[in-house]
Design a protein around this ligand. Structure first.
Ligand code: ADP
Ligand code: MG
Length: 642
């Protein structure tokens, strides 16, 4: 035993397996490497087929250069690459691959079936390579291009296979990689199918058309083009209008010389370009391409080449912010008025020119509610009598709805009118100052006479006396809390025993509604159909989106809004898994279902809501952690009067 010594050279296939760990982490890695090879081969069309999110099969077919029979065998050797002849070439690289590691690595952890033929060759080559066995070539009828099928990933490394996530998550990763390459090469036609279902069908076209092909036509109105050229770098691409920024990652694409990269400093510089235009934690959409001299960027610092170093990093960083600003400025993207609803809850969105004043509470200072009877009912009546409230205020069963004072201005609550058509003589100034201060319009007296037909975007509070003082409840947030806890309870029940009828009551739609979705979100929704059904949202696949068949019983939002609430915050793209994710989904769904801010509830509805709210685990906060209830103790109130 000792004769052999301690050092043993690893057999090649073991070395490859270890190296493969760097290159092949999951099915998505294979998608990336194969699609990049096809791009490098000059393909005009690339078709990707996935089975079981790629764990059973990743098949990529291209119309590229193909390989000679000898190359078809050699490409499985480690460090076999046609793209690099010597170390200097590293600094002039415009191809995706160059390490010559991918195919060797993939063949060491999966079963590979390569078919290839150069245009003009009379005969093609097929090479099968499996788990690091030496490849076996055979002749094949000629079909120009290359087809590589990778089956049974990690069939020989059960431990790695066990580490793969759910199909939904793995598919998400595959689609991410696919998107990145497809975004960078709008001149190449791409398709992608998953278990036989076509998720992407991308025709060659403009950069803009490619973005729409991937994210859906609804992005058309969101895009702002960027184009800046300097000595060091050219920046082109698109950013999303600030109004469409989302709170989570997943829609940020930065490319250097058409290679997708992650670069926190550049990301920050891009976000800086949006300074003042976004809510603090929102992230802008962007698809930006930097073109730099390949000699001035080092892409070799990471095996999957996703991180890079620039010589002129500071210069590039400094250029990005103004490039974005100028682009946004050129398209007159004003600060957004309608961020994600989330923002409208903490700070109600102000339409330009609308004047909002604090609710005014007139107090009869001579009245002391604590003199004489101290019972809560007298506190209630004394308060309601001393609050000066608008005529729309409803007084019922001890609960009061207080409506904050809004001054709608004619120029904003209606479609803008040319000055000549306006009846008011003072209307030549389009500012809101003249009319909004008049007392008759300082309260929106009732929804029907309000110039805007939508309910007030500001919350109306339920004020109700309790033993210790008074509580003020925001009905929208309170309702969201109630629905949120119900959803989570269903979710937990659903996971244990799958007994029928445990889901949220669903209401079948008389007319199913279709909702257009980008392919990735569509795929995610269909994969999670069962879970969503437990939540009362019944969907099926439809052309370019999903069809909503039933919605949860208590739902203010439209079917389409419910779908958008579920997919809409970018978590799907971020590929997040686990409980936290479902909690966030539940929070968003609850928010969409909850009564809208500004809705006036009937007395029974108020009482019902308060009952349910105070039966919650955390009645004081909405699902996003913001206050749903504010309490004023008798002591606090007394103090305010001294
Ligand atoms: P790299 O891309 O880093 O060169 P790979 O292991 O991915 O390394 O590929 C090895 C070689 O196989 C490539 O350099 C290329 O010559 C050849 N090759 C791989 N895929 C294709 C393809 N789809 N079409 C033509 N040639 C290919
Ligand atoms: Mg490669």
């Amino acid at each position: 035993m000792s004769e052999q010594g301690l050092i043993q050279v690893l057999p090649a296939h073991v070395a490859n397996q270890i190296a493969a760990g760097e290159v092949v982490q999951r099915p998505a890695s294979i998608v990336k490497e194969l699609v990049e090879n096809a791009v490098d081969a000059g393909a005009t069309r690339i078709d990707v087929h996935l089975t079981d999110a790629g764990r059973t099969l990743v098949h990529v077919i291209d119309t590229g250069s193909g390989m000679s029979p000898a190359d078809a065998v050699r490409c499985f050797e480690r460090h076999a690459t046609s793209k690099l002849r010597n170390a200097d070439d590293l600094f002039a690289l415009l191809t995706k691959g160059f390490r010559g590691e991918a195919l060797a690595s993939i063949a060491s952890v999966a079963r590979v079936d390569l078919r290839t033929c150069r245009p003009g060759d009379a005969i093609g080559t097929r090479v099968q390579a499996e788990g690091g066995d030496s490849p076996r070539p055979e002749a094949l009828p000629a079909t120009p291009g290359t087809s590589i099928a990778v089956r049974d990933l990690f069939f020989n490394i059960p431990a790695r296979r066990a580490f793969l996530k759910s199909d939904a998550v793995e598919l998400r990763h595959c689609l991410d990689e696919f998107q990145r390459v497809a975004l960078a090469h709008p001149d190449i036609a791409f398709t992608l199918t998953s278990n036989g279902q076509e998720l992407y069908h991308l025709r060659p076209g403009s950069q803009r058309a490619r973005i729409l092909g991937i994210f859906g036509a609804r992005y058309d109105e969101r895009l702002v083009p960027i184009d800046e050229d300097t000595d060091v770098v050219r920046v082109t691409g698109f950013v999303g209008k600030p109004a469409f920024a989302r709170k989570s990652r997943g829609e940020q694409f930065l490319f250097v010389n058409r290679r997708f990269i992650r670069h926190p400093a550049l990301h920050r510089a891009i976000c800086d370009g949006f300074a003042g235009l976004l809510p603090p934690d929102a992230l802008p959409f962007y698809v930006l391409f930097l073109e730099v001299d390949p000699a001035r960027v080092d892409i070799n610092i990471h095996p999957t080449k996703i991180e890079v170093k620039f010589d002129e990093e500071r210069t590039i960083t400094a250029l990005l912010r103004p490039a974005i600003r100028r682009g946004l400025g050129r398209f007159q993207v004003a600060p957004a008025l309608d961020f994600d609803q989330e923002a409208s809850l903490s700070i109600a969105p102000l339409r330009a020119g609308t004047e909002v004043r604090e609710p005014r509470v007139k107090v009869d200072t001579t009245y002391n509610p604590f003199r004489g009877s101290g019972s809560s009912s007298s506190l209630s009546s004394s308060l309601s009598s001393s609050l000066s409230l608008s005529s729309s205020l409803s007084l019922s069963g001890g609960a009061v709805v207080l409506e904050p004072e809004i001054a709608p201005s004619p120029s904003t609550s209606r479609a803008p009118q040319p000055p000549s058509s306006s009846p008011s003589p003072s209307s030549s100034t389009s500012t809101s100052t003249s009319s909004s201060t008049s007392p008759s319009t300082s309260f929106s007296t009732s929804p029907s006479t309000s110039p805007s037909t939508s309910p007030s975007p500001l919350p109306r509070y339920i004020i109700t006396p309790v033993a210790s003082g008074i509580v003020v409840v925001d009905p929208h947030r309170a309702h969201a809390r109630v629905l949120y806890e119900e959803l989570l309870a269903r979710h937990r029940d659903g996971e244990g025993a799958q007994e029928a009828g445990s889901g949220v009551v669903a209401q079948r739609l008389l007319f199913p509604e279709e909702c257009l979705l980008p392919p990735a979100e569509r795929a995610w929704m269909l994969a999670e159909r069962e879970r969503l059904m437990e939540w009362g949202l019944h969907i099926e696949g439809a052309e370019g989106g999903v069809r909503v068949l039933a919605v949860p019983a208590e739902a203010e939002a439209s079917p389409v809004e419910l779908v958008e609430a579920v997919v809409g915050a970018g978590d799907v793209e971020a590929g997040m898994d686990g409980e936290g994710r479902w909690e966030r989904l539940a929070a968003r769904l609850a928010r969409a279902r909850a009564v809208r801010p500004g809705t006036v509830l009937t007395a029974e509805a108020q009482a019902d809501l308060l009952d349910r709210l105070f039966g919650c685990e955390v009645p004081g906060l909405d699902p996003f952690g913001r206050p749903a209830v504010v309490t004023f103790t008798a002591d606090e109130i007394r103090e305010r009067f001294t």
